[in-house]
Design a protein around this ligand. Sequence first.
Ligand code: SF4
Length: 282
Amino acid sequence: MVFFAAGFETTTAPVAAMLAEGVPHNLSLLLSGRLTWPAVAMLLNSDTPGFDCLIAPGHVGTVMGPEEWEFVVQEHNLPAAMAGFTPESLLAAMYSVLRQHLEERPFLDNCYPEVVRPGGNPAARRMLDTTLRVVDANWRGVGVIPASGYALAPDYAHLDVRARFPDYTDTARKRAGQMPPGCDCAKVVLGRIYPNECRLYGRACHPAIPSARAWSPMRVPAASGGAAACASGGGTSATGIYVKQFIHTGERNGPEETITMIFSAISALSGVNSIQLAKIQK
Ligand code: SF4
């Protein structure tokens, strides 16, 4: 039995926990774990990062701690905010970085303080350090990014499916790194285009039709068918206090009114009109 473990720090941490607890003798791992910040660092070190502010992944910060993203501010002088998945948190992070940008006062704002804590999750980090090693890794369509992937630590290397079934690593059987015609994964991963601008989106690549994923030569009919302010308040920051007012108002008025109010503030700060914001909201 092979467990294909793909994902970033957040989904790799449970894999590390599973390894630490012990796995059945007949379970192998095909590990494809990646670290997020090295890809962002690579973009920022390029001539064309394509963004002026960063909303950092709160779920990753939950495991690894927000400190990993300090380099965005310290080395590149860009506004940054940790955000969660709720509309309020995303909008608060959007508001925060826009305000930082306008005030030319970049700092790392934590807009997801419910779970993003200094130092992250020590138990999860300890298991990652114990069971895995950080290695250079290939990113689909992008190439190798130094120290951006996870591999099994020596004590667990015997569980690697590549070692157990070496014939499957034969280059004739591999398509790793290949980009099927029309695939825009690299542009999406690098933030050059929105996911639904991929030429295969909803056509050859559709989650509802597994056989129609990008790797399949099978074509199917087209089917029907992705910024920055901070709910936490970021401690004593002006942004945080300002946004707390929204959140407290929202506690009285409900999330719909809160979102509308934050949208209004973002619109006033950024000059983005309500129609564009409505598109973002959708
Ligand atoms: S639609 Fe499919 S091929 Fe296109 S970017 Fe998304 S995953 Fe890649």
